[in-house]
Ligand binder design. Sequence first.
Ligand SMILES: [Zn+2]
Length: 411
Amino acid sequence: MTGVTSVSEETDRCVSEEAAGGGSEEAARGGWARLDGSLLAVAVEVLRHGPLPRAELSRRLGLSPGSLTRLTRPLLDDGLLVEGGAELQRSTGRPSVPLDVRPTSARFVGVTITADTLYAVVTDLRAEVRGHAAVALPGRSPDEVVRAVAGVVDDLSRVHGPLAGVGVGIGGLVTEHRDVVVAPFLGWEGPVPLAAPLGEAIGVPVSVDNDVRALTAAEHWFGQGRGLHSFALVTIGADVGCGLVVHDRQVCGARGLGGAIGHQPLLAVAPGGPCDLGHPGCAQAVLGTGGLTAAAAAYLGSPVTHAELLDRAAAGAAGARTGLDDAARGLALLVTGVTALADPELVLISGEGARLLELARAAFDAESARHGRPGPAPVPVRGAPIGVVDRARGAAVVAVQDHVRGDAPVA
Ligand SMILES: [Zn+2]
């Protein structure tokens, strides 16, 4: 397979042989399998924020220095935590030895599935991308997708070593990190089991999740949401979606539909016509690629692709800018609803349509202000990563989270 390329030097290929899919949970998850409660909280805090001085770790977790020493001793003995270089403590001038994890102690593959291509990355425990691959999808049946994902995982594993987990992100409704309930772009109406057959094929724990939720997981643990207890990530593209983190956990909802705001009503009638489900003015009809280009075509007097529309707006074409301003006002209404519901610390805008925010920021801000309230400052709204590599990395982070928490569906 020629699509596998390494983007960085492998420095420490130290995933244990057992982690390649041995029988017991401990064999599969290494030292993480022995952690729960406070021990797991300490290790996860260091994974997400390390290297961390002990005093800072005590403060973050509300632990006394004595309790922290007692908790970290077995983690250091196990090699799950390591001591980094000494830094001088600001208050005393004495050296403080920060605690860290060994990011290279485990490898993960994240895969995002599009209608015709699989994009995959290899990451370490901290979601640093160490290699990637892209392969054409030979067909869209569940069997063909499982074979194609297993093939690319196998190819990457040969180059990068044994894997501790595999994450798969898919544009659809996924339950329990296992089964795809519906994935319209593949024509799947399920439930279609995906984690189980894939885990059987590759012998590594597999976690499946919605691709927006996967992108949100990456921002939560290792991106702009790191350190925040609540934030939202809104994606704009062919579809409109949202990942929501509240109380430091991502919201899934009772049926896996938490954050599914794509068909939330925004306007009585969208200028580009109804969405593909026939809703007259839902978020997708206003902001989705199809609705946005249909509305812009009316202003411009001729059909336009999504990329052309954004480029023409960037170049200052009046009709294109008017279309984007309308959509940006719709985005402001959507974000106003999200912030009213969850009161997040930050809202990130992602997806191939996210340039809308940059190109029509004034219209977005003006509409947001019209719906403002007295009290705290408005929630900051910023752009976020949008590429397929970011999506694949998000899928890898789902696998990392399940690996350290012990939440992965068993292969
Ligand atoms: Zn709709």
